[in-house]
Design a protein around this ligand. Structure first.
Ligand code: ATP
Ligand code: MG
Length: 579
C-alpha cells in the first residue's frame, strides 16, 4: 500500500463538531494516521445525527444510520442454542455492545461493461474476495493490478455506474449448503430458481477449497454403478474417481450422465448436476425427466445457463463442488456431473479477455489448466478417519469433429482418471451408447469393480478389439472362410449386446448374466436385430426359472464355474424354447 505523505481526514456532519468532540477526532486521526494528518470539516445535510470520517479510502461510519447497521449485524451474530432463555440472552448482548470504530475500505468504479468492473482504491482487497457495489450487486476480485482491480459482476452490470462506491466484504465467494438443497434447482449463487420457495441452509462454505491431501484419502475401492453395460463391464468407475465423458455434440454425453444419476436410486448417493452454458429449456427438460423418474429425491441441479453472465457460468462448477464437499465430509457418497467443461472454459476465456489478461493457446489464458485441475482434484474418496465419504466427478467435454488433441480436451484428459470417448459415427450407425472401446479407458475403476462382474467380463474387450480389426480387414473381401465369418458374427453380436436404450439401467446381476451368456456364444445364431428383445426375454426367463440365482451371484465373489454353467444351461433352454 502506498501512503501519501500527508493525510487529509474529511469529517462529514450536519453541524460542525464542538470543542471536546473536535479534540477527540483530532486525537483519533493523529493516533491512526500520524501526526501530520489534517482534519477538515465538510457539511453534509444528508447526515441527521453523527459523523462520517473519510481518510483516503478508509471510511468510519459513526452516523446514526451506520451505527444502527452495525448493531443490526451484532444482533445477527447472537448464537441461540436450544434451552437458552431468550430475554436474558438479548439483554446481555445489548448491554455488551459498544460501537466499534472500524474503517471500511471503499473504492470507486472506474469503468464498467460486459460484466466486468474496474475499481480503484481498494488497496487491500484479495484475489477472490467479494466486493459489494452500492446498487447491491456483488462482484468477485479476479485481477489485481498496481493501481486498480478487475472484478467480475454477479448480476446486471447495467446497474453499476461509473463513479459509484464499492466496499470490501473481507469474505471470499461462498455458497450456502445443507440437506435442504436436495431436490432443488439453484443458480450458481445458491438461490433457488425452481419457484418452490426459500431454502434454509445449514452452513456456508467457500466455493474455492483446497483439495483433500494424500493422507486424507484412501484408494478407490467401491464401484459407482452406472447401470450401463459397456461402462460397468469395461470401464468401471469407482467412488471418488474422475471419469471424463468426451465426444462431439449430440453423441449422448448427457444421456450417460443422466442414466448414471437415475441408476443411483435407492443406493443412497447424492447426485449433483451442474449445467454450464446450456439452454434453460434443455435443463428444465432434464429436471422434468429426473422428477418423473423419482431421481430429484436425491439430486440437486445447479444451473448457470447460456443466458446468465459469464461470471456465473465460471463459478457454477465450484459452487456445485462446494455443495458436494458438504455431503462428502458428512461421510456420504456424492456423484457430481459437470455438463460441460468446454463451455466453462469458454466462459472463463471471455472473462479473462475482458480483464485484459494476455491470451495464450487458442486465446485461453495461461491458467486454464489450473481452472479445471483445482476443480477436479476436489473429487476424492476420503479416509475412514474422515468419515469415508466420496465425491465422484463426471466432467463432460465437447469435442469439435472428434478432435481430442485440442487444448481443453487434452488438459482435462490428463487431469481425469480416464475417459469415455463417444463417437458420432457409432452413434449414427445406431450403436448407442456410442462408446469407442479402443479409445476409452478407466485408470483406477477396475480396482473397484465387483468380483462377480470382473469374473464375467473375461475377454470381452479383447474380443471386441479383434472384431474391430477384422471388420476393417474384411470390409471388401467377398468370400470369407467359416472361421473368420464366425468370429465376425460373434463380434457383431457383442456390439449389439452393448446397445442399450436410455432409462434402462441394468443391475450388476443382470450385467453378469448377459456377459456370461454372450461370452458363452449363446447369441451366436440370433439375428442381430433380435438381440435386444432376446436380452430382455432371457433376463426375465432366468429370474423366473431360478429366483435364487440373483442371491447366489454374490457381488464380492467371483462367479463359480458351476454357477456359470447353470446360467448357460438356463440360457440354452430359453433359446431352445424360443426358436
Ligand atoms: P449435446 O452436445 O447437445 O449436449 P449430448 O452429447 O449431451 O448432446 P444427448 O443430449 O445426451 O447428447 O443425446 C442426444 C440425443 O441422443 C438425445 O435425443 C438422446 O435421447 C439420444 N440418445 C442418447 N443416448 C441414447 C441411447 N442410449 N439410446 C437412444 N437414444 C439415445
Ligand atoms: Mg449434453
Amino acid at each position: 500500500m502506498t501512503t501519501p505523505k500527508k493525510h487529509i481526514a474529511k469529517l462529514f456532519s450536519n453541524t460542525p463538531p464542538k470543542g471536546e468532540q473536535l479534540q477527540r477526532f483530532t486525537a483519533f486521526i493523529k493516533r491512526k494516521y500520524g501526526e501530520d494528518t489534517e482534519l477538515c470539516w465538510i457539511e453534509d445535510t444528508a447526515i441527521e445525527n453523527g459523523f462520517r470520517l473519510e481518510v483516503g479510502t478508509n471510511v468510519y461510519d459513526w452516523t446514526e444510520k451506520g451505527l444502527l447497521a452495525q448493531f443490526d449485524g451484532h444482533l445477527d451474530n447472537i448464537k441461540y442454542k436450544d434451552g437458552m432463555s431468550i430475554v436474558p440472552l438479548i439483554r446481555n448482548s445489548v448491554e455488551g455492545w459498544t460501537p466499534k470504530a472500524f474503517a471500511e475500505e471503499t473504492g470507486e468504479v472506474l469503468s464498467v461493461g460486459d460484466g466486468i468492473a474496474t475499481v480503484s482504491g481498494l488497496h487491500n482487497a484479495a484475489y477472490g474476495e467479494i466486493l459489494l457495489f452500492d446498487c447491491g450487486i456483488r462482484g468477485m476480485v479476479q485481477e489485481l493490478k498496481s493501481d486498480s482491480i478487475g472484478c467480475i459482476l454477479f448480476g446486471d452490470s447495467e446497474l453499476v455506474t461509473q463513479g459509484s462506491t464499492v466496499k470490501r466484504t473481507g469474505k471470499t465467494a461462498g455458497m450456502p449448503v445443507g440437506e435442504s438443497f436436495i431436490g432443488r434447482v439453484i443458480d450458481a449463487l445458491g438461490t433457488p430458481i425452481d419457484g418452490k420457495g426459500e431454502i434454509k441452509p445449514s452452513d456456508y462454505r467457500p466455493i474455492e477449497n483446497p483439495a483433500p491431501g494424500i493422507i486424507d484419502r484412501q484408494s478407490v475401492n467401491q464401484p459407482m454403478e452406472t447401470g450401463i453395460l459397456t461402462i460397468d463391464s469395461m470401464f468401471p468407475i469407482g467412488k471418488g474417481q474422475r471419469e471424463l465423458i468426451i465426444g462431439d455434440r449430440q453423441t449422448g454425453k448427457t444421456a450417460i450422465a443422466v442414466d448414471t444419476i437415475l441408476n443411483q436410486k435407492g443406493k443412497s448417493v447424492i447426485c449433483i448436476y451442474v449445467a454450464i452454458g446450456q439452454k434453460t429449456s434443455s435443463v428444465s427438460q432434464l429436471v422434468d425427466n429426473l422428477t418423473e423418474r423419482g431421481a430429484m429425491d436425491y439430486t440437486i441441479v445447479v444451473n448457470a445457463s447460456a443466458g446468465d453472465p459469464a461470471s456465473l457460468q465460471y463459478i457454477a462448477p465450484y459452487a456445485g463442488c462446494a455443495l458436494g464437499e458438504y455431503f462428502m465430509e458428512k461421510g456420504r457418497d456424492v456423484l457430481i456431473v459437470y455438463d460441460d467443461l468446454s463451455k466453462h472454459a469458454v466462459a472463463y476465456r471471455a472473462l479473462s479477455l475482458l480483464l485484459e489478461r494476455s491470451p495464450g493457446r487458442e486465446a485461453y489464458p495461461g491458467d486454464v489448466f489450473y481452472l479445471h485441475s483445482r476443480l477436479l482434484e476436489r473429487a476424492a474418496k476420503l479416509s475412514n478417519k474422515l468419515g469415508g465419504g466420496s465425491m465422484t466427478a463426471l466432467p463432460i467435454v465437447e469435442t469439435q469433429a472428434g478432435d481430442v488433441s485440442a487444448y481443453i480436451p487434452t488438459n482435462i484428459i490428463s487431469i481425469t482418471d480416464g475417459q469415455i470417448f463417444l463417437e458420432s459415427s457409432l452413434f449414427f450407425a445406431g450403436q448407442r451408447p456410442a462408446v469407442n472401446v479402443g479409445l476409452s479407458v478407466s485408470r483406477v475403476g477396475s480396482a473397484a469393480q465387483t468380483k462377480a462382474l470382473k469374473s464375467a467380463v473375461g475377454t470381452l474387450r479383447l474380443d471386441l478389439s479383434q472384431y474391430r480389426e477384422m471388420e476393417v480387414f474384411t470390409q471388401f473381401s467377398s468370400d470369407l472362410d467359416e472361421n473368420t465369418q464366425n468370429k465376425l458374427t460373434y463380434g457383431k453380436g457383442l456390439m449389439y449386446l452393448l446397445r442399450q436404450s436410455r432409462y434402462e439401467p441394468l443391475s450388476q446381476f443382470e450385467q453378469t448374466v448377459l456377459l456370461i451368456c454372450a461370452l458363452g456364444h449363446i447369441l451366436q445364431d440370433i439375428p442381430f436385430e433380435e438381440i435386444s428383445t432376446f436380452k430382455k426375454g432371457l433376463l426375465q426367463f432366468i429370474k423366473k426359472e431360478n429366483p435364487q440365482l440373483s442371491a447366489l451371484v454374490k457381488t464380492d465373489k467371483a462367479v463359480s464355474p458351476e454357477l456359470k454353467q447353470e446360467i448357460l444351461n438356463l440360457a440354452a433352454k430359453y433359446k431352445a424354447g424360443r426358436l
